[in-house]
Design a protein. Structure first.
Length: 577
């Protein structure tokens, strides 16, 4: 039976979750956790600067927005703001009709009271802990010109004297209003949206690399937002609708012609992509994830399937190697082009002659008319062949020359935190990967096993306040597939890290001893990484999984600076010195 001994307060005392002889395959060892003050980097919380806004926006009459919503906009009784609005002189043929005296025009929209700019429509939304209407005074003080809210927030919003637009579900209307306010900026962009459980980020980068061969490009996703060459750290996979439309408007201003974008299930359910229709929607795969948000896999699938309807996209590109992809190809209500990296005979596009290597994977993409395209995944692993083929098929469907697109994809230098190599002169392979669900961990480990002559040492944790059902399976996967499985903290958030580790350990302990590598536990992530590095010998591989590109660790509500790539490099350098 797995037990947890309470911490005695002595930082050198092991927090023992499993007792066994250490160091041999098939054993599980608890290791003293380090003094947090010695291993945690100091600094303030990691912050997000917020999405950019277009430099100038012609004012949209509030009456026009009210008409779009089917409501009446009352005149303002608040004193006019003295702050300059984000507006340019309207052209003589600008659409819309002037508002009545005392009713302002709108030059922006935001759901965040802290981000309000003069001339904004502030969307006061109901939340899990508070209502956005609680912050209308702050929004008004920053220059909001009107408020969009629900009946529960109407009275508080009206107390500011600002005009209030009241609808039953303001979140569901934000996207269409944002598109109107910013002049439907997505209409002039070639938009390719990628959804699925794994591979969204990698595929988005590969799509953007191919697009660069023919267009000025943008990228929106988990790691970052790119507007041309400008890079902005992302707060979430898919921005809220208000931020997304503002991003499109900035891209339009700066000459961006095409954008690759990750589309999460949360974004589809919560309306973050309302107001835009993708030219191409891409489906990578589906496996259990976000079960704290979705009621079951059917609900998860239905959320993803929304992208493949006329309201969300014009054409679908779907992976039929995946069970849910095969179902989606039949049920989608838009035209679908299918692909298979495993040679499915009924797929429109197939990968043949695949040669998986330690750095990249060349293959031939065979199209529906028999065309043969020389392609290379710039990342190792069979799953990255699938991601590369997805990107190539999407670009071909968008009208790019397939061979030119394939060459652009092959030139992508890498994807942050996705099998990203860390090289400090060591005689073994060291990589960081974002894999944080069972299927992804298994795929990465199998791919690395194929290119590793020696042993594979893996550092892995599970996040707190998220899907708890994957913890034991992830522990079992890493214990079964790695020679050394170092279980540790990921982002414990508000949960006790030891409780998360205990769940992972239950899975690891369930693996028969003859199938299980050495399993050790470190509550401290930096110490865990150092332990994996200390075990590495020439020809081995060290994988630090789970956090990838992230540059902070959330412990008890405080985000401390922590970058797996930096910590891994420093650990290697210490052993080299």
């Amino acid at each position: 039976m797995t037990t947890i001994t309470p911490d005695s307060g002595n930082q050198g005392t092991p927090r023992r979750l499993f007792s066994s002889e250490a160091g041999a395959p098939g054993t599980l060892t608890a290791v003293p956790h380090a003094d947090q003050s010695q291993t945690t980097q100091k600094g303030g919380p990691v912050t997000y600067p917020g999405p950019p806004r277009p430099a100038s926006v012609s004012a949209t009459p509030l009456a026009e927005l009210a008409e779009q919503l089917g409501v009446t906009a009352p005149p303002s009784t608040a004193p006019p703001s003295t702050a300059p609005a984000n507006t340019a002189p309207p052209s003589p043929d600008a659409p819309g009709t002037p508002d009545a005296p005392g009713t302002p025009g709108v030059t922006g929209i935001t759901h965040d009271s802290r981000a309000v700019r003069p001339g904004d429509l502030y969307a006061a939304l109901p939340g899990a802990r508070a209502h956005g209407a609680d912050f209308v005074t702050q929004a008004a003080g920053l220059g909001a010109t009107a408020v969009l809210t629900d009946p529960a927030g109407a009275d508080r919003a009206a107390a500011t004297g600002l005009p209030v637009l009241v609808v039953d579900d303001p979140r569901a209307r934000m996207g269409e209003l944002a598109a109107t306010i910013y002049g439907h900026p997505g209409d002039g962009l070639l938009q390719i949206g990628i959804t699925g459980t794994s591979g969204k980020t990698t595929t988005a980068y590969l799509v953007e690399g191919g697009l660069r061969t023919a267009h000025h490009t943008g990228l929106i996703g988990t790691v970052e937002t790119r507007i041309g060459e400008e890079r902005i750290k992302s707060e979430r996979t898919t921005p809220e609708a208000t931020d997304l439309q503002a991003l499109f408007a900035v891209m339009r201003e700066r000459g961006v012609e095409a954008v690759a974008m990750e589309v999460s299930s949360h974004a589809l359910v919560l309306g973050r992509v309302d107001g835009c229709v993708f030219d191409i929607g891409v489906f990578t795969n589906l496996s259990p994830e976000h079960m704290e948000f979705h009621s079951d896999m059917e609900d998860y699938f239905r959320a993803k399937a929304q992208l493949f309807t006329p309201e969300r996209s014009r054409l679908g590109v779907v992976n039929v190697d995946d069970e849910y992809g095969r179902r989606l190809a039949k049920e989608a209500t838009v035209p679908v082009v299918t692909f298979s990296a495993e040679g499915h005979p009924d797929a429109d596009w197939r990968a043949e002659d695949v040669r998986v290597g330690p750095l990249d994977s060349p293959f031939t993409a065979v199209g529906p008319e028999g065309q043969r395209i020389s392609a290379t995944s710039p990342l190792p692993g069979p799953f990255n062949v699938a991601n590369t083929l997805a990107a190539l098929v999407a670009l071909a469907a968008a009208g790019l020359d397939p061979q030119t697109a394939a060459d652009g994809i092959a030139a992508v230098p890498g994807v942050p935190g996705r099998l990203e190599r860390v090289d400090a002169g060591q005689p073994y392979l060291a990589v960081v990967d974002y894999a944080h669900k069972t299927d992804a961990v298994e795929s990465v480990l199998r791919a690395l096993r194929k290119v590793t002559e020696g042993r594979v040492h893996v550092v892995l944790g599970c996040g707190g306040d998220r899907d708890t059902t994957k913890r034991a399976p992830m522990g079992a996967a890493v214990a079964r597939l790695a020679d050394t499985a170092v279980l540790t903290s990921d982002n414990p958030r508000s949960e006790d890290p030891l409780a998360i580790l205990a769940a992972m350990l239950q899975g690891a302990a369930a693996v028969p001893a003859h199938e299980r590598g050495e399993v050790v536990l470190f509550e401290d992530r930096a110490a865990a990484i150092a332990a994996a590095v200390a075990r590495a010998r020439p020809g081995d591989t060290v994988l630090v999984a789970g956090k990838g590109h992230e540059q902070g660790q959330d412990i008890a509500g405080v985000v401390r600076p922590f970058d797996d790539r930096q910590v891994l490099r420093e650990a290697i350098q210490q052993t080299q010195g």
